[in-house]
Design a protein around this ligand. Structure first.
Ligand SMILES: Nc1ncnc2c1ncn2[C@@H]1O[C@H](COP(=O)(O)OP(=O)(O)OP(=O)(O)O)[C@@H](O)[C@H]1O
Ligand SMILES: [Mg+2]
Length: 482
């Protein structure tokens, strides 16, 4: 093993300082031999180049004087631990000795202590440990049972990584429902074009056309999708006002309620057309307005006597995409609310199998400030879903703007580059075990590198996201060709 430095100064139980004799990068794994427990895995958390050059002498250098500089490269390392007789990762209870040599950790030690590099039947292969060729698999049961968040700034690679995760769900025949506000995930049907990166990560391109179902409330804009319709039966008149795009609740709520009561009494299987005709028959201006809006709503076919049945919507082992591209935000919120409620209720009653509900742009559906139609049900799924085998995955570019109680329920976090200080603060507050060095590193992660916490691992680790087996649907748009 290559010695890279020596421990010096006051040595703590969780971290120590070392004088580096070889260049080592922040985040690299190190090893120290402990007298009692053998080889212990550590990680370089920070670096400092210390020198005796003061301000005055630096000034004379500028004038061309020959100034000798004595410098040292110092590091701060955190202790990850060793495995005890029961295979549990422990931290030594006595500090290392000052002067002890520090080595660059070899892959077998890293793999053994972190618990990576071996294939498991329930493992979702998401990438390689950064700087190594060790495969990182996330425990699918943990993901579904204990919720997931994917956090990064816009363009940070969230949708790409989520695509990787969904590919793994499909390979493992895990049922999922994906709220897809931009219509990006239909490309999971199409194999990716392979390149050299695929070989390095041992990924073969593959599409999943038979395991993808796509629904949309607006099939005119999204012709690849089947229509997603909701039942009019028992609809709350306030929700119906949102579908109608009418914001003046005071003016329209009572007339609409009257209309609903009359029409449903005459025919419990009523349609939007029946409501429109009934409004037309009433010779009052407020009903004229309702009539116009109801006519338009009828054309969208989002509400009908019978909604899309759950059996059509969710198929075991498949992914259902809810393509909301082009759908007005308040209608998106109702769609998500109704879907999440239906899935949660039917899961509780055991009418559908365990499944994973993925919410892209989750800050819009479970905002920290204010409430939208689906806020409450998403909070319920976050806090209680795991008891019923309904896993939640929230994806957001604004960690500070998503409901804190939802974020803190996610036990696996996949974090790509984040630069906004408020978002960084929200992340640091909701995740245990992040070192100050890691929080700093999140700000400068290159595209394709993620920090993973949870997911079956006891320590956060950096991951090079594997290439997609399927085509990525969210390519950044070029305005000018180069
Ligand atoms: N692991 C990766 N390997 C290669 N390219 C990637 C990777 N991750 C992301 N990219 C590229 O970076 C760009 C942005 O990625 P992506 O669409 O996933 O970002 P995003 O975080 O979802 O952005 P937004 O917030 O705008 O939705 C895409 O063009 C994608 O191809
Ligand atoms: Mg995206």
């Amino acid at each position: 093993m290559e010695e890279i430095g020596r421990i010096f100064g006051d040595v703590g139980l969780g971290l120590f300082q070392l004088n580096l004799s070889s260049p080592v990068e922040r985040g690299e794994y190190l090893a120290v031999d402990d007298e009692t427990h053998g080889r212990v895995l550590c990680q370089l958390d920070n670096l400092l180049r210390k020198s005796d050059l003061d301000l005055e002498r630096a000034g004379t250098m500028h004038e061309g004087s020959d100034t000798p500089i004595h410098e040292r490269l110092l590091g701060t390392a955190t202790i990850i631990g060793y495995r005890n007789n029961q295979g549990i990762v422990c931290i030594p209870t006595m500090p290392f000795r000052p002067g002890a040599p520090v080595f660059r950790a070899e892959e077998p030690l890293i793999a053994a202590i972190l618990g990576i590099g071996k294939h498991s039947a329930a493992g979702a292969y998401v990438g390689l440990l950064r700087g190594h060729s060790l495969k990182v698999e996330l425990d699918i049961n943990q993901l579904v049972q204990r919720h997931v968040s994917v956090l990064a700034k816009s363009g940070g690679g969230k949708s790409y990584l989520l695509g990787v995760l969904v590919e793994e769900l499909l390979r493992h025949k895990v049922t999922s429902v994906i709220i897809d506000p931009h219509g990006e995930y239909g490309s999971l049907r199409i194999p990716a074009e392979e390149n050299g990166v695929h070989a390095r990560f041992s990924v073969q391109s593959q599409g999943f056309p038979k395991q993808i179902q796509e629904f949309s409330p607006d099939v005119s804009l999204n012709p690849s999708a089947k229509p997603l319709t909701f039942s009019l039966r028992g609809i709350d008149p306030r929700d119906l006002l949102v579908f109608l795009g009418l914001t003046n609740v005071k003016q329209y709520l009572t007339p609409l309620r009257t209309l609903l009561e009359e029409v449903s009494a005459a025919n419990p299987e009523f349609s939007v057309k029946d409501l429109a005709r009934a409004a037309e028959r009433k010779a009052e201006p407020v009903f004229d307005q309702l009539h116009d809006r109801l006519d338009y709503l009828e054309e969208t076919r989002i509400l009908g006597p019978k909604g899309t049945s759950l059996n059509d919507l969710v198929h075991k082992g498949e992914a259902t995409l809810i393509n909301l591209k082009g759908v007005a935000p308040d209608i998106q919120e109702i769609v998500v609310a109704r879907l999440a409620l239906t899935l949660f209720d039917n899961r509780k009653k055991g009418k559908i199998g365990p499944l994973f509900l993925v919410i892209e742009e989750a800050h819009n559906f479970a905002p920290q400030q204010g409430a939208v139609a689906c806020s409450r049900i998403l909070k319920n799924v976050a806090s209680e879903g795991r008891k019923f085998g309904l896993g939640l995955c929230v994806v957001t570019q604004r960690a500070a703007r998503i409901d804190k109680s939802v974020l803190s329920q996610c036990n696996t976090q996949l974090i790509l580059q984040v630069t906004n200080p408020l978002d960084l603060k929200a992340i640091a507050q909701s995740i245990e075990g992040l070192t100050p060095g890691m929080t700093e590193m999140i700000q400068s992660l290159p595209v394709g590198v993620a920090l993973v916490t949870g997911g079956g691992y006891h320590t956060p680790l950096f991951l090079e996201v594997r290439p997609r087996a399927t085509k990525h649907g969210g390519e950044s748009v070029k305005i000018v060709d180069n």
